[in-house]
Write a protein that binds this ligand. Structure first.
Ligand SMILES: NC(=O)c1ccc[n+]([C@@H]2O[C@H](COP(=O)([O-])OP(=O)(O)OC[C@H]3O[C@@H](n4cnc5c(N)ncnc54)[C@H](O)[C@@H]3O)[C@@H](O)[C@H]2O)c1
Length: 367
């Protein structure tokens, strides 16, 4: 285990406790409804957060609850809001999130895109006035469950400067795409931040009192740092592939922010910005497509399987034991964690139970 960063004097207790996905879901649902979130919305949010933990995307799981709930308590995120839908054409719709939870707006957006695609072949939805929606793969999975190809874009709060710039105006906004495989086979799920890693991984290291690897982030003076606290305190994330990662981050802002009517160019408020009373005004962009537009579904899935086999069957370079398809590591992790439970640190469980104390909800059940 890495040693704690210099600016975190007392490391939190990092022994691991296991929680079943059902208990995590029940706890999250109870905590949300205790904050006035309608039960149907709480079910969607809990499902998205627990799916992230199941897939090993622990940076975007239930440990996000304290910051989301803090924004609810300060009135900057409206827990009661229900997103509304405007049909633009038979294949195009717009969702207004009314400053409610991003998960709920994004879920409605993808559901609408799927419905339109089932008759029109393609469905495109723009979402504005939303909030952070966590792991993009949640909405890719929604499309996969309906046998659809999909694109899921979002913008996010400033975390990265432009290439050659100093000022942070870009979010590390993930780009995501999916394609369905035949029953039991690994689907294609690409879900990647345009930075070397998502900033959520720096928050995760900070809450666990761990160091981050070199190359992830810089401090406020622009120096490489392994201290997550320095990276978060005025520092910024490092783009993946230099100007190419920056280009992808700008692309997410064009489609999710400029196009939707939401905030953009550094004006989105971050989910951890609990002191900021402003609405986050996050934008998303979603497309669902039927895979059987030019061939039947079976043919499409056979062709995807050929691609999968050629990718994972590639001759490996020395030292590599196995080649993975995009999303396969998370796919396997989910199968394992559904059986074994989700590991959280004791410090994380204590943090979540402090949230439960605030509203008189039962503690999270540990296996
Ligand atoms: N909502 C937001 O504003 C926001 C912002 C940033 C990130 N995120 C989320 O954060 C999550 C993590 O993003 P990230 O960029 O840190 O992802 P990551 O770096 O952990 O992984 C990216 C991809 O690389 C693949 N991968 C890793 N090692 C591999 C290997 N050896 N062989 C083949 N593939 C491999 C993974 O399977 C995964 O699909 C995503 O779910 C994203 O949606 C959300």
């Amino acid at each position: 285990m890495s040693s704690p960063p210099s600016s975190t004097p007392t490391p939190p207790p990092n022994d691991t406790l296991l929680v079943s996905s059902i208990s995590a879901q029940t706890f999250t649902h109870a905590l949300l409804t205790a904050h006035s979130v309608p039960s149907t919305h709480a079910t969607i949010i809990a499902h998205c957060l627990v799916s992230a933990d199941l897939r090993g995307v622990d940076s975007h799981g239930i440990n996000r609850l304290p910051s989301y709930l803090s924004r609810v308590r300060t009135g900057s995120l409206n827990p009661l809001s229900t997103p509304t839908l405007t049909q633009i054409t038979p294949a195009i719709a717009r969702v207004n999130g009314h400053n409610g939870f991003g998960f709920v707006s994004a879920h409605l957006g993808m559901q609408t895109a799927i419905t339109m695609a089932s008759t029109m072949g393609i469905g495109m939805v723009s979402i504005h006035a939303s909030n952070h929606f966590g792991m993009s793969a949640s909405f890719i999975q929604q499309a996969l469950d309906a046998n659809m190809l999909s694109l899921v874009f979002t913008n996010s709060s400033p975390a990265m400067p432009v290439w050659g710039g100093k000022e942070k105006i870009l979010g590390v906004s993930p780009i995501a795409a999916g394609a369905p495989a035949s029953e039991g086979n690994v689907p294609f799920i690409l879900d990647i931040a345009p930075s070397v890693v998502a900033r959520g991984k720096v928050h995760k290291a900070a809450r666990r009192g761990e160091e981050i690897p070199r190359g992830w982030a810089v401090d406020k003076e622009g120096r490489e740092t392994t201290d997550p606290v320095k990276a978060l305190d005025g520092g910024s994330m490092v783009p993946m592939g230099g100007p190419k990662g920056v280009g992808l981050a700008i692309m997410m802002d064009v489609f999710s922010g400029v196009f939707s009517g939401s905030a953009f160019a550094g004006d989105v408020v971050g989910p951890y910005d609990t002191e900021n009373p402003r609405e986050a005004d996050v934008g998303h962009f979603m497309v669902a497509m039927r895979p059987d537009l030019w061939m039947d579904m079976e043919e499409f899935k056979k062709r995807l399987e050929v691609l999968y086999q050629r990718v994972v069957g590639s001759e490996k370079v020395e030292g590599v034991e196995r080649v993975y398809f995009p999303g396969e590591i998370e796919w396997e992790m989910e199968k394992r964690r559904k059986v074994e439970g989700i590991p959280y640190t004791r410090g994380e469980i204590e943090m979540l139970n402090r949230e439960a104390d605030k509203v008189g909800v039962a503690y999270i059940e540990v296996l």
